[in-house]
Design a protein around this ligand. Structure first.
Ligand SMILES: Cc1cc2nc3c(=O)[nH]c(=O)nc-3n(C[C@H](O)[C@H](O)[C@H](O)COP(=O)(O)OP(=O)(O)OC[C@H]3O[C@@H](n4cnc5c(N)ncnc54)[C@H](O)[C@@H]3O)c2cc1C
Length: 465
């Protein structure tokens, strides 16, 4: 039996082999591309397991894929990998208001789950800006964050249990329906953020909260981006815990306005967007007053509080449109995702601006400044080899600065292809060796998502395939 025949027997009506179908599965949200030889789209865990067994028998690599919105190249299939897409596994299996859990298949879109639980007065906080185009399986595999993660934590903080298909097809369940669970090694945490290198996640049990009754948003415009950073640190030290504090620099604002104008203050160097939420409107009003006082003390010249839910939603929609808006300025962008401790915020922002000047590149800065997770995006054209050399130099300089300042390469987008050559710089050789030992123990044939996370020996910067 050929490989296609074996896969078709395992997943009837779920195998793509025509060139025009395969192209769409060779991309993610980065500029990498590599068309897979085959795509398999199972609908059940048993089918995923069967695909893994076939791949193991034939020594074929598998790249798991949810919605392909990743920003580190994780879902781009390397090493002749077939793509195992979970998009058709899109059933919400259970929402239990008593245990306060949701059980979902890996292909459920984040925004759909949020809407379903909110109808029942419940709340699933992790809100990547891609919430309408990314799936919970992809969110778990990347341990995705988002604006609200400042107050509520990241995807991994909501994962109570996982069903995972191991490389050889064995199905395991780890975790349960309880918030507390310290029975043995925490395998949920191991598979969360493993970027598809250890197995395919098929089912997820998520913790839910009660939906806060009120949410408000406010903006503060600054003439100096450094003042915005200092104001953020001061707000975080004040005892008020906003749900979100987002930074948007001037170039980013110009791109957003050019894409879909909402009246952002283009004469300001930077804008902070604050979100607060809770059950007591008076407490929220007090929090907003404290935030306004602090940001004005730090040089904010214009502070506006959204008066209606619709006005707040327009602000968050604009915030979520940043990535596509930047993509319209230049053909490509290399989106970074560094995370640094609060005291290093100003130093990092200054250095990124120096790096942009040194390498003659546009590097807008935006991101989740409240938790130190910034996205300097290097705008570029991947067809221009000379420019891409400068991009590689600038990216390296940003990573080195981040590590020197006590930060890390990725706060939420993962390592994938984009940052694998810098892993040792961040975690050190001993820790990287432990990660390799774990990988080899779970995936001894190395068939799960090859070419990701671990640096290629002697490899150059992995910015071009
Ligand atoms: C406009 C835009 C805004 C974004 N904003 C944010 C943000 O605010 N916060 C944030 O964290 N990210 C953000 N992202 C990045 C991206 O959306 C997230 O990383 C998201 O979690 C990826 O989900 P996905 O379903 O698209 O996964 P994919 O891109 O398909 O896959 C991502 C990785 O997970 C692996 N994977 C996928 N499914 C499985 C599975 N079932 N089992 C095992 N491994 C699997 C893949 O192999 C790959 O390594 C943004 C992306 C875009 C395009």
């Amino acid at each position: 039996m050929t490989l296609v025949e074996a896969l078709r027997a395992a997943v009837p009506d779920g195998v793509l082999a025509e060139a025009e179908d395969l192209i769409a599965y060779g991309f993610d949200g980065t500029f990498y591309e590599r068309t897979p030889p085959l795509v398999v789209l199972p609908v059940t865990t048993a089918q995923v397991s069967a695909v893994h067994r076939i791949a193991t028998e034939r020594r074929i690599a598998i790249t798991p894929r949810a919605m392909g919105s990743g920003l580190s190249g994780g879902a781009v299939p390397l090493g002749g990998s077939i793509v195992l897409g979970v998009a058709r596994m899109d059933r919400i299996l259970e929402i239990d208001p008593v245990d306060r859990v949701a059980v979902v298949q890996a292909g459920v879109i984040n925004a759909r789950l949020q809407a379903e639980v909110e109808q029942r007065g419940l709340f699933y906080p992790p809100d990547p800006s891609s919430l309408k185009q990314s799936a919970i399986g992809g969110n778990v595999a990347e341990n995705a964050g988002g604006a609200r993660c400042l107050k509520y934590g990241v995807t991994g903080d909501y994962v109570l249990a996982l069903e995972v298909v191991l490389p050889d097809g064995t199905v395991i369940r780890t975790g349960g329906r309880t918030v507390k669970n310290v029975t043995g090694y925490d395998l949920r945490r191991l598979f969360t953020g493993a970027e598809g290198t250890l197995g395919t996640i098929t089912e997820i049990t998520l913790r839910l909260l009660s939906k806060p009754r009120f949410a408000r948003a406010a903006t503060a415009a600054f003439d100096r981006i450094e003042d915005a950073a200092d104001a953020t640190t001061a707000v975080m030290a004040s005892g008020v815990l906003p749900a979100a504090i987002e930074l948007v620099d001037n170039l980013t604002m110009r791109c957003v306005e050019a894409n879909s104008p909402i009246g952002l203050p283009l004469d300001a160097d930077a804008l902070l967007i604050f979100g607060v939420d809770g059950n007591d409107e008076r407490v929220l009003a007090g929090d907003l007053a404290t935030i306004e006082r602090i940001v004005r003390e730090h040089g904010a010249r214009d502070v506006r509080v959204a008066q209606t839910d619709a006005e707040s939603e327009r602000l968050w929609t604009a915030r979520r449109s940043i990535s596509p808006a930047l993509a319209r300025r230049r053909p490509n962008k290399l989106g970074e995702d560094v995370c640094i401790p609060p005291r290093a915020l100003t130093a990092l922002i200054r250095r990124v601006r120096e790096i942009a000047a040194e390498y003659a590149l546009e590097i807008p800065i935006f991101g989740h400044i409240g938790d130190g997770n910034l996205h300097p995006n290097i705008l570029c054209d991947k067809r221009d080899a000379e420019e891409m050399q400068r991009v590689a130099g600038a990216a390296r300089a940003i990573f080195e600065t981040t590590v020197e300042l006590g930060g890390t390469l990725s706060g939420e987008h993962g390592i994938g292809l984009l940052k694998k050559q810098f892993m040792e710089l961040d975690v050190g050789p001993e820790t990287l060796a432990v990660m390799r030992t774990i990988k080899d123990a779970i995936d001894p044939l190395g068939i799960m998502n090859p070419g990701k996370i671990f640096p290629d020996p002697g490899g150059a910067d992995a910015f071009q395939l």
